[in-house]
Write a protein that binds this ligand. Structure first.
Ligand SMILES: [Zn+2]
Length: 295
């Protein structure tokens, strides 16, 4: 674990918190905090901003990606492919652009791995990174692309850290955890308290609904933490790839376009039987039928 680089979720500066909360609610009204939960007492705007979700809307996540430091084409393609791994089950698609992407990836060594969360990405000033992949190169072991790139992209999709669930935070010995992150990541006590030891509030995981779900130690959003810092000596396994629960959750909050009813597919198939229609529309209609479950 000597080269263990932990991930931090980047927070916007204070002056951008309220505009970010407003934008998050505009993009996805479900991000508005459930104010009923805190009664009828009006909350100060800054407090509301903290309670506001960061999820993109049910229309899915279609974002452009650019790189700030001109990595070679094969590295760019590899990072993009891992980002799009979330699209296997969910309506998620990242497309590379030469510059000025909505997601901007830097590789600044020594800064660690980090990303802004969900809709906050759009508030980051132009030209500044929204994600850092430390010193990723084509020589980086393949497993790290699964563990790190997919994890950071999960933050871009709005997913918080799974190890901040109350039931996992409770497993950690506070002093041992503080010492561990100081030693391996140089983190101050305050950073470790904020990033590892403060359980996430139920309000900030809006996307999981009101039903509490069990913490998933195999989630790609969960840190791997050694037994030496847990109360019971059992490690927290941590995810090495998008697991089935992650994939299902992503599909639930960013559902792929619904398959059209069989009647619509049959209608297109019938229209294709008309030679004039087929001559003019065959190419797209065949592709459409193939993409939507055949005739
Ligand atoms: Zn993270």
């Amino acid at each position: 674990m000597s080269d263990f680089i932990a991930c931090t979720i980047r927070s916007l500066p204070d002056h951008l918190l309220i505009p970010a909360a407003r934008e998050a609610c505009r993009i996805n009204p479900a991000n508005a905090p459930a104010l009923r939960a805190v009664g009828d007492v009006p909350l100060p705007p800054a407090h509301i901003a903290v309670l506001t979700g960061k999820y993109w809307g049910a229309g899915g996540v279609h974002l452009s990606i650019s790189f700030l430091d001109s990595p070679p084409a094969d590295l760019r393609a590899r990072i993009l492919a891992h980002a799009n791994a979330w699209g296997k089950t969910a309506n998620v698609k990242f497309s590379e652009v030469a510059s000025g992407g909505q997601v901007r990836i830097a590789r600044t060594p020594g800064q660690g791995y980090w990303s802004y969360l969900g809709t906050d990405v759009l508030q980051v000033p132009a030209g500044q990174p929204t994600m850092n992949l430390d010193s990723f190169t084509t020589q980086t072991p393949d497993g790290e692309f699964y563990r790190v790139v997919r994890h950071e992209v999960g933050h871009t999709l709005g997913f918080p850290h799974e190890h901040l669930r109350q039931e996992l935070v409770q497993k950690l010995d506070v002093e041992k955890t503080v010492a561990y992150f100081l030693r391996y990541d140089g983190w101050s006590r305050a950073t470790t308290m904020q990033q590892v030891l403060t359980p996430i509030s139920q309000a900030s995981i809006t996307g999981r609904g009101t039903e509490p779900t069990a913490a998933d130690q195999d989630s790609i959003m969960c840190y791997q933490l050694p037994g030496s810092i847990t109360v019971d000596g059992q490690p927290i396994r941590g995810g090495a790839d998008i697991d089935a629960a992650d994939a299902a959750f992503a599909a639930k909050i960013y559902p792929s376009a619904a398959v059209p009813p069989a009647g619509v597919r049959a209608l297109v198939a019938r229209m294709l039987a008309d030679p004039a229609f087929a001559a003019a529309n065959g190419a797209w209609a065949d592709a459409w039928l193939a993409a939507h479950g055949g005739g």
